[in-house]
Design a protein around this ligand. Structure first.
Ligand SMILES: C[S@@+](CC[C@H](N)C(=O)[O-])C[C@H]1O[C@@H](n2cnc3c(N)ncnc32)[C@H](O)[C@@H]1O
Length: 266
């Protein structure tokens, strides 16, 4: 197995592939104020094995398209959906979030937990806006500084890993700039990292190493995950995922600026 296949092997048995929790998914849904009884069209982008998709299918009267680059994760999602009796509400789509097949203004809700960083927050929110109906809702979680300043080791690490990391006020500004009106924001609590994501992953390490004959490559992957866990545990006061809930507005920020400029000229 190459490194990519090893990562799939480690993560596909996880209920989640990133920090999050069912209670927090429902909290975001409540903040969005969507009508749970309405026949909505929803896309869950970067859904992994479908923790949020499956919960949304239970809570909403929706048709949900679950999108992920990896068919292996979607296969697990489909099995779970069958077992939970929600398969009829979910279609899976293997593809990239930067090349989605939706029509303009097709969707009522775009949901994306812990995945938009793959194309970058600003590109993602800007590109996906066209798929939302007017007044449609975007719910997206994104790695976020939760303090104004932070230790140099942490800053250096994340500047290299994901230069777009920023504080919530900057992320909200990006949403406003690209034609969204923010309606809610909260920070994922520590249990979403530790209890829902890291501890279950650590519990899979032994079987993962056995399955892969304790290969050097498999050990390197476990070591890298352990380093990430230690970094989080050391610096959790400074960093988390922010959950951003926003509505599509009638105009993009730059259109307003252009109109203002024309008006002021005269
Ligand atoms: C950190 S995981 C989060 C998964 C899931 N939303 C969750 O919270 O458990 C990121 C997901 O994004 C998917 N992904 C990575 N690049 C992608 C792309 N270009 N298009 C679609 N999905 C992608 C990965 O396969 C993975 O399932």
């Amino acid at each position: 197995m190459d490194d990519y296949e090893l990562l799939i092997d480690l993560h596909k048995e996880g209920y989640r592939q990133g920090p999050g929790g069912d209670a927090e998914t429902e909290q975001a849904l409540n903040l969005s104020m969507v009508d749970r009884a309405a026949p909505l069209k929803v896309a869950d982008i970067g859904c992994g094995t479908g923790a949020s998709t499956l919960l949304l299918a239970r809570l909403l009267n929706a048709r949900i398209t679950a999108v992920d680059l990896l068919q292996d994760f979607l296969d697990v999602l489909e099995e779970r959906a069958e077992r939970m009796g929600v398969a009829d509400s979910i279609s899976t789509l293997a593809g990239s979030m930067d090349n989605l097949p939706f029509a303009n203004e097709e969707l009522d809700v775009i949901w994306s937990e812990g995945a938009i960083y793959n194309i970058g927050f600003e590109k993602g929110v800007a590109d996906w806006r066209r798929y939302l109906k007017a007044g449609g809702v975007l719910v997206v979680s994104e790695i976020t500084w939760i303090t104004d300043s932070r230790p140099p080791e942490l800053q250096t690490h994340w500047n290299k890993e994901y230069p777009e990391i920023d504080v919530a006020s900057a992320k909200i500004r990006v949403l406003e700039k690209h034609g969204y009106s923010p309606v809610g924001y909260f920070v994922l609590p520590e249990h979403c990292w530790i209890d829902q994501y890291y501890r279950p992953m650590q519990a899979r390490f032994e079987d993962f190493l056995d399955r892969n004959r304790n290969s050097e490559e498999a050990r390197a992957i476990v070591a890298a995950e352990q380093r990430e866990i230690e970094l989080y545990e050391t610096y959790r006061a400074y960093i988390s995922y922010g959950v951003y809930v926003a509505k599509k507005t009638g105009v993009r920020g730059e259109q307003c600026h252009a109109t203002d400029a024309r008006t002021s000229r005269g």
